[in-house]
Design a binder for this molecule. Sequence first.
Ligand SMILES: NC(=O)C1=CN([C@@H]2O[C@H](COP(=O)(O)OP(=O)(O)OC[C@H]3O[C@@H](n4cnc5c(N)ncnc54)[C@H](O)[C@@H]3O)[C@@H](O)[C@H]2O)C=CC1
Ligand SMILES: O=C(O)C(=O)COP(=O)(O)O
Length: 543
Amino acid sequence: MYRVLITDNLSPAGLEILNNTEGIEVDVRSGLSPEEVREALKEADGIIIRSATKLTPELLEGQPRLKVIVRAGVGVDNIDLPAATREGIVVMNTPAGNTISTAEHAVAMMMALSRNIAPAAAGMKEGKWDRKKYTGTQLAGKTIGVIGLGRIGLAVAARAQGLEMKVVGFDPFLSTEKAAELGIGLYREVDDVVKQADYLTVHTPLTDETRDMLDAARLAKAKKGVRIINCARGGIVNENDLADAIESGHVAGAALDVFTKEPPENRRLVELPQVLTTPHLGASTDEAQELVAVEAADLIATYLTKNEIRHAINMAPISGAEMESMKLYLDLAYRLGLTVAQMNRKGGIKKAKLDFRGEAASKNIKLMTSAFSAGMLESALAEKVNIVNAEMTARERGIQFEDSSSEDSKSFSTLISATLETDSGDVTAAGTIFGNEFLRLVRLGEFQMESYLDGNLLVYRHLDVPGLIGYIGTICGKHNVNIANMALGRAKKEPGGDSVAVLNLDSAPSDEVIQEIAGHEHVQGVELLRLPPAGAPLPWLGN
Ligand SMILES: NC(=O)C1=CN([C@@H]2O[C@H](COP(=O)(O)OP(=O)(O)OC[C@H]3O[C@@H](n4cnc5c(N)ncnc54)[C@H](O)[C@@H]3O)[C@@H](O)[C@H]2O)C=CC1
Ligand SMILES: O=C(O)C(=O)COP(=O)(O)O
């Protein structure tokens, strides 16, 4: 049973989906302290959050059960993405469900700000009738500068055009052609937009690049009397600089839905009469909440029960069907990672070279590389390593990756070869898939063979002389270790040279057995490799 923790207010439509999904149980909590979230996460396979729950490194570290975080909404700045990735946790969001509602809120805020709706309404409730005090400004004919022309920014632009405003904007990822087609004057510098706008609205994510994008210096470049709207994230507009600019009279007013700290502890902006504020309501409509909750529930359920990855922030997407078709390939790559890592007991790994041949060449190479890395690092690291964090973890340790692929696979329908370049030489293993079912080891170093790729593999290098197989068989028999399969590989085709043998053993041999085998004059080295049993589910997949 997979447990999904929900710590923020989620529409009942999402809960209903989860409650009706077999294999999923839901744990709805509210008002948890960070410490309580940390504790609750220990029992959770996934969590759905909105903007209130902050998933910091302290909460995400040491959570072996947690596999997936779904943000029922857009902004993921309340999730520490590097920490989630390092911990092997997939992070997903619901990019489109609240676009229209948030755009409508930004436009509503702009209109309300222009016509002093909030203070006028408050005054009337107090019995006043202030007509002169609340003379506003008309929007038609004014210029709105939209910074960040993604989903919400473009929806705001379209609505502003409907209000007969001139729209200019800045977004490094929007093409000039597309902007022209939409009737938006696109500029390549933020300042060019800032200088000509009567209204400036921001719709970017909060990143290191966008933090303080509208600061004192930028605001000073704006027209006197400019009005600022922020329905994206607190901190994109510097709060103290904005308050200063309003108090000085350079900025006429601001409409803010979001704050650096929510609820805001610094009340300076909230208290200013020229500032209209709402408590992060952009996405708070029945329609948007239903859409994001349904999508979030669907994302988490299909990930946990079908390994399908959509809208992931820290991973490439992969459909349930593709994941299913990749399972054997991922298993092969993972087992080769385990194999070469165990064959390399001494050398610091510098590079991992992977070669994908035949059918494997047409599969998702990035995913197979991640599966290989997960196997390679599994025995070495205490932390959880999986396809989300394996490559990152390996690169953090200075291990480079190189891959090659070719449809030409010589005698195998599929062949994956892995070579570790280490300080003390190269280690190579190659494997294949037989009959769409069985994984086989077909090469170790320069030796070709055919061995099972599961359970206990006793590998020994030796001189190809008569009598050795009998000697090893006797030792195993004496210690009650059953040999399930034996594969021999010769460096040269003729007898008498260097050889390797791989014994698939039904139980792990004791040190005594290994020592006895290693003691033979023609045996040059013995390794015991431990691999998962045949057909064991991949440890880091949901099922
Ligand atoms: N107030 C609220 O309740 C809500 C707030 N939001 C906020 O709105 C933001 C935007 O949402 P969407 O439009 O759905 O996201 P989006 O990803 O569709 O658009 C973001 C746009 O910002 C642009 N961008 C990134 N860095 C930029 C930079 N340095 N300068 C200019 N443009 C830059 C991107 O190219 C992209 O086009 C979200 O990140 C979220 O923080 C979203 C939903 C609700
Ligand atoms: O989707 C977003 O980025 C939002 O800011 C909406 O936040 P919320 O889910 O309403 O807490």
